[in-house]
Write a protein that binds this ligand. Structure first.
Ligand code: BGC
Length: 744
């Protein structure tokens, strides 16, 4: 259909029918076996008597079962008069049934073609299930591991987040305006800056300077928009005092005008109603107006638009015009998905067998997991040798609920546990693998505060002492211990803020007791955030950070532990030494009084009296089973002008005995600018594979774009002067450094 056909449809709609297109409800309004659309908790969410007819609804949220989607769509189309199909949207963040590692882990692979492939698979499984839109990618920049949703983000760095945004949108949607078969629409979120709540407290206020917002927090959303993402979701937070969901500057000036975005803007869950709770409006009617006038098209899961927009539009022609524009955007989306031609898109593609959880999909998930896991420490205990008695101890040894908080469509039953992974290699490596739980993930007394999730949190009823004793005995009779610890999946994700992001107490006790058995300990950590590891890192011989590695996690980890796969993940988020350092991130602004390494106790410098200022494990850090030596950083010239470029080259050699992959990272520091620039910023990277003894030259092109930042007065500028470039294996690696100049 063309625009004019869609406009014709709109001209036949009543105001209430138009507003209906803007309403998104959950499936329980529509789903009962006898009567698919006349049931549901209408009163509970506050629809005024007679104000709303469910048959006008435009989209549904989180109905993910294909049979239900089919039944609801069918009944809906039989009942409505306007024949506009429903849109089905869902949170399929990192997998429908084949679950991939959590996004914070994925970005640590620094392998964006694998990430794009994961997104293609996610879309394909959704397509076959009848889902039209996924609320992914989430590209909020995060610097505070107290916040539970860091797991869902690509991390603290803007360049990685931009690349993640582009790869995800391309993988999910494909590249045509009309979304092809086996792809669905993507929705970038949460616009904007949701990842910076004060004190890491969920739904907290966000206060950001112009420089931080423009240069670090906004570009990842913009990258998704440049990749033609079909939807944008607002954020729950206030941004410098104004809630994002009713923020005219953000949504109209920045999003619609400056970014030239003409797709659908959807509110986050109930965020329009929350404008009143924030204290920005007095009534729901004011909230309807505020959100709508800031160009929010879809009201997710409240009755505010339904109750008030019809009267607002009918009494104000400007609002009626905006309503027509909003409906057109939504119909355009339905049209781009081909729903007018086939409202059952994907559901009746019976020509092929389902690809859901196919071997191909599972292998892709495993590959990404193998590249996402980060080796933080290794005192010569990994990879594991052959012919060992291995004790796999800890609550994650056999835990299937290890997919992370947002794998809501995944089934833990499909998870390959660490135990199964290790056992799958026991013949090949002549391992004897035994397992003991040692402790619960969280103890009974701790789980009450997890609300509706408490019921899903399995607790082994054996006494703490019995669990511990069994594990100690096993450790004593084994050669090496693989200790699988971690936070509960319910401790991160939405509503998962923590003030002390450490391993749970009982698990730390388990670690300390196992240590007494005197066997080498390889700690495998499952978590949705960087945990504070300062107190335990010296107690163990190796640390493998697994994050939540997805459906195939057990095989991926076993391959790494055995050396069949060589770790190549690098942190996409800083690991602080202590909570007091948070927020700690690599691209901080320089201080006028930096710590003086030659006089470390100088009182009046930027430092803590009781802790280092540096990270425990910095951004970009991660070990391999081989070693890489960087030498001879050179620039083909040391000054250039706006139209020229500099080629920076470095030699990198695999000096170990195994093939390995290394992420070669390029950072730049603007020495003097009109606004103080960060101590360094990641500007490019390459992931290279090197055989033992092999040396390669890796080159990067430095152009003006890499030096540009957004100034408040003059917009995007590359300011003349001196710059330092660093090429190395992490944000802390400064051995290879050169200076160059941008001149007239
Ligand atoms: C979350 C969004 C999510 C939405 C729909 C909200 O609570 O913030 O990320 O897409 O719910 O489930």
């Amino acid at each position: 259909m063309h625009d004019k056909d869609l406009k014709k449809i709109i001209s036949t709609l009543s105001t209430k029918e138009k507003v209906g297109q803007l309403i998104q409800l959950t499936g329980n309004f529509f789903d009962s076996s006898d009567d698919v659309i006349e049931t549901g908790p209408m009163k509970r969410i506050g629809f005024h008597e007679g104000a709303y007819d469910l048959r006008n609804t435009g989209s549904l949220l989180n109905v993910v079962n294909p049979e239900k989607i089919y039944a609801i769509q069918k009944k809906y189309l039989e009942t409505t008069t306007h024949n506009i199909p429903l849109l089905f949207m869902a949170d399929v963040i990192y997998g429908y049934k084949t679950i991939f590692p959590i996004p914070l882990a994925q970005s640590g692979s620094w392998n964006f073609s694998l990430i794009e492939e994961s997104a293609r698979i996610i879309a394909k499984e959704c397509y076959e299930a009848g889902i039209h839109v996924t609320f992914s990618p989430m590209v909020d920049i995060v610097r505070d591991p107290r916040w539970g949703r860091v797991m869902e983000s690509p991390g603290e760095d803007t360049l990685l987040a931009e690349k993640y945004a582009k790869s995800m949108v391309k993988g999910i949607q494909g590249t045509d305006k009309k979304i092809p078969k086996e792809h669905i629409a993507a929705c970038v979120k949460h616009f904007a800056a949701y990842g910076a709540p004060q004190s890491g407290l969920e739904y907290g206020a966000v206060e950001l300077s112009y420089d931080s917002l423009q240069n670090y927090y906004l570009p990842s959303y913009k990258a998704a928009i440049d990749a033609d993402v079909k939807l944008v979701m607002t954020a729950f937070n206030t941004l410098n005092g104004v809630p994002a969901t009713g923020n005219k500057w953000l949504n109209k000036e920045v999003l619609r005008k400056e970014y030239d975005y003409n797709g659908v803007l959807i509110s986050d869950y109930a965020a329009i109603e929350e404008l009143r709770v924030h204290g920005c409006t007095e009534t729901d009617k004011d909230s309807a107006r505020m959100a709508f006038e800031s160009s929010v098209d879809i009201d997710m899961k409240t009755s505010v638009y339904a109750n008030y927009l019809p009267e607002l539009a009918e009494s104000n022609t400007a609002i009626m015009e905006l309503l027509d524009e909003a409906v057109l955007r939504i119909l355009n989306l339905k049209n781009d998905l081909g729903l007018f031609e086939d409202p059952y898109r994907g559901l009746r593609d019976s020509t092929k067998d389902s690809s859901i959880l196919s071997d191909e999909h599972k292998q892709a998930s495993q590959k990404l997991a193998e590249e996402s896991v980060v080796l933080l420490k290794n005192d010569d205990v990994l990879p594991l040798e052959s012919e060992l008695n291995i004790a796999v101890i800890g609550p994650y040894a056999e835990e299937k609920s290890a997919l992370g908080f947002w794998a809501i469509t995944g089934d833990p039953k499909d998870t390959i546990t660490l135990k199964s992974g290790m056992e799958s290699l026991s013949d090949e490596f002549s391992w004897k693998v035994d397992v003991a739980k040692g402790a619960n993930i969280l103890e009974k007394e701790e789980i009450a505060k997890y609300g509706k999730y408490t019921e899903s949190m399995y607790v082994d009823e054996r006494s703490k002492e019995a669990l511990l004793d069994e594990a100690i005995q096993l450790a004593k009779r084994s050669d090496k211990v693989v200790l699988a610890l971690g936070e509960s999946v319910y401790q991160s994700g939405e509503g998962g803020s923590r003030t002390e992001p450490t391993l749970p107490k009982e698990q730390i006790k388990l670690l300390k007791e196992i240590k007494k058995a005197g066997k080498p300990i390889i700690l495998v950590i499952y978590a949705g955030r960087p945990l504070i590891l300062n107190d335990i890192q010296d107690e163990v011989d190796a640390i493998l950070y697994a994050w939540y590695p997805g459906t195939m996690g057990g095989y991926a980890l076993a391959n790494i532990l055995s050396g069949k796969a060589n770790p190549s993940g690098k942190l996409s988020m800083t690991f602080p030494r202590s909570v007091g350092q948070i927020p700690l991130f690599y691209n901080n602004y320089s201080s006028g009084r930096p710590k003086n390494e030659n006089d470390p106790n100088h009182r009046f410098t930027s430092r803590y009296l009781d802790e280092e200022t540096s990270a425990l494990y910095p951004f970009g850090y991660g070990l391999s089973y081989t070693n890489f030596k960087y030498t001879g950083l050179s620039l083909d010239k040391d000054e250039f002008n706006n139209d020229e470029e500099i080629v920076a080259s470095v030699k990198i050699k695999n000096t170990g005995h195994r093939e390995g992959k290394e992420v070669v990272q390029l950072y730049i520091h603007d020495i003097a600018a009109s606004v103080v620039r960060p101590v360094k910023e990641l500007k490019d990277f390459k992931k290279v594979t090197l055989k033992p003894g092999e040396e390669k030259e890796v080159s990067f092109i430095i152009k003006k774009d890499l030096l540009t930042y957004r100034t408040q007065e003059n917009g995007w500028q590359a300011e003349k002067g001196a710059f330092d470039v660093f090429v190395g294996s992490s944000s802390r690696d400064e051995k290879n450094k050169k200076r160059f100049y941008l001149i007239d």
